[in-house]
Design a binder for this molecule. Sequence first.
Ligand code: NAD
Length: 739
Amino acid sequence: MSYKNFTVDTDADGIALVTWDMPDRSMNVFTEEVMDEFETIIERVAADAGIKGAVFTSGKETFSGGADLGMLQKMLGVFHAEKAKDPEKATKLLFDGAGRMGWLWRKLETSGKPWVSAINGTCMGGAFELSLACHGRVAADGDKVRMALPEVKVGIFPGAGGSQRVPRLTDQQQALQMLTSGQTLTPQKAKAMGLIHEIAPADRLVETAKAMIRNGLKPVAPWDDKGFKLPGGPIYSAVGANLWPPAIAILRRETYGNYPAAAAILKCVYEGLLVPFDTALRIEQRYFTEILQSKEAAAMIRSLFVSLQELNKGARRPADIPETRLTKIGVIGAGFMGAGIAYVTAKAGIPVVLIDRDMAAAEKGKAHSDGLISDAVKKGRAKPEEKEKLLSLITPSADYADLEGADLVIEAVFEDSEVKKATTEKAEAVLKSGAIFASNTSTIPITALAKNSVRPKDFVGIHFFSPVDRMMLVEIILGKKTEKKALAVAIDYARAIKKTPVVVNDTRGFYVNRCVLRYMSEAYKMLIEGVPAPMIENAARAAGMPVGPLALADEIAVDLAQKIMKQTIRDLGEKAVDPEQVKLIDTLVDKHDRRGRKNGKGFYDYPAKPAKKKLWPGLKDLYPQKRAEDVDYEELKRRFLVTIALEAARVMEEGIVTDPREADVGSILAFGFAPFTGGALSYIDGIGAKDFVAVAKALQKKYGAEFKPPKLLIDMAAKGETFYQRFDPYAKNGERKAA
Ligand code: NAD
């Protein structure tokens, strides 16, 4: 019998090698079709007396990415369509669908024949859950072999037995840590935790797996054996009593109750470990069905998986421009940002010329890369030869002539129009025709900068975020005259350095900084109202933001906030900035020299390590303080999310961002907009435009014009539209409708 996605070869010892290699995908994923075929294989192995056992492996470089989340989205689509007609039937259908994979793995586990998973590469989610159901597990030794159950990162949890097998193989504390964080494991770590049995050299992987069967591997999971004991002891034990109360508190501290999937993991593990295995699987299936229906799961799967992947694959790239193979990049300005840009470029294997005003400055920029990669080597995250290669790709220089032959030049010189003008002219004098020139400016419009260029069609903005090596987003800014070749090259570059690009039309502050400014401005307003600073920071984090607005202001630098305010007043007039906020920032910078983390004092004090930063007590003396009990904490949380979401809606209204996927993904990657909402626009969609407008109007009455909902939202509210309906990202090419 032949299969589309698998080959099955049985050797002379009667061991079947089941190799998974989907012909139409670069990575194996579980689809309906794959599961149907695999079920037939499990049955065949069980029924064939000539087959002693089976080894499961992948024919691709990676093992598998797990379940096709598109399949889950489809299942949810059917559920929602059916729910209106017959809610009971709809829930039953979803319950069965949610349990399909888990019960299939259980079928394999209890089939009476031994199965060994031979993990040859990245093994994620459902694929690792399948491996855990196999009676033996061997992983190849190597940097590319990683295992994880990362479901929680997209709002769901391991619902195919993972929440039950992991805590039966390792102690509960490690299990909870792994499941609630989505932690990635090396083969060594997985073995130390008891999740795999052996590690083998890559070329001996299948052989080692087969040997396990030849040596009499029992086709019975430990939990199906009489007398099975949990590795770390039962729930009702001294260990359990020490673990569970703090585990619940830690979950609360980490998630503020915003992530139902993380809470479901705790419930599944706790309840599941008290009962026999099949009952435990049923408990898991029930919670999984419930979590699948959550708003958070739908929003996170869409933004953090589907949209993210689409943007990373170049969804916004003009399709008719051939891909540019980047062979040389120029970076001008080897300062804070330029040095980081050179690093990520060289890390992607692309030669880069790093120019500054003199050789010493250029060398200093290169030294930044040396520092980062040396640190990675020290921590075992990179090999010495990788360091050597990376550093050999960066050529520091003070001579613009060295830019000759570059496909793309990115300038990151001082934020000064005159300096940028001179830089553009000098670079263009040596650039080949068709080379793209990009600016990393954070505030100057690209259209204005492009006036310095003799070929504005090849001029584009590529806006990085600091620290460049860690921030995953870049904004690509189109000037009025930027043509699609420049956009295509910018996206090719973003993809090469493994960053997610969002395409933005030219405006003051582009997209991200407009939203970030609103976030910080709301915090300044709260301070001025007399809200105690710790409440402000805590409310923001409880709302789902990873960093409080005052901490963020310190990171960005308080004097930079001051400069931006002054510049805004110069450009747009006095009314553009709230004078009370200007006074607050002036007081911090001019009176108290509190410029942020960089000078060790801002909204926070930064004592020498290992002491932690603390909010500056002097903040209390700046304004008469409200009593905590007089502050509406829930309203503080709402104000933060609503003010950012309103700005994102304005950006859509103005046509600055045109695709809701970019607004959502951008808001999460750039400033961590409450990821459980799916991003700034999904937050509005999740509430519904009508209710959101009502919330915004109520806030407007109390706190002012910043909360005025734009016309776009009022119109959407009247029509009952969502952003993904109104700006359907799939409508243009007719590919598919948004989920
Ligand atoms: P920086 O002061 O650290 O670095 C600027 C570098 O440019 C310096 O090394 C300087 O010697 C060099 N330089 C100045 N004139 C030059 C010239 N004519 N030729 C070659 N080199 C020259 O500044 P930065 O923070 O890296 O910012 C650089 C750019 O990036 C600015 O446009 C800024 O707005 C933008 N940006 C900064 C951030 C941030 O967080 N700092 C974030 C995004 C974008």
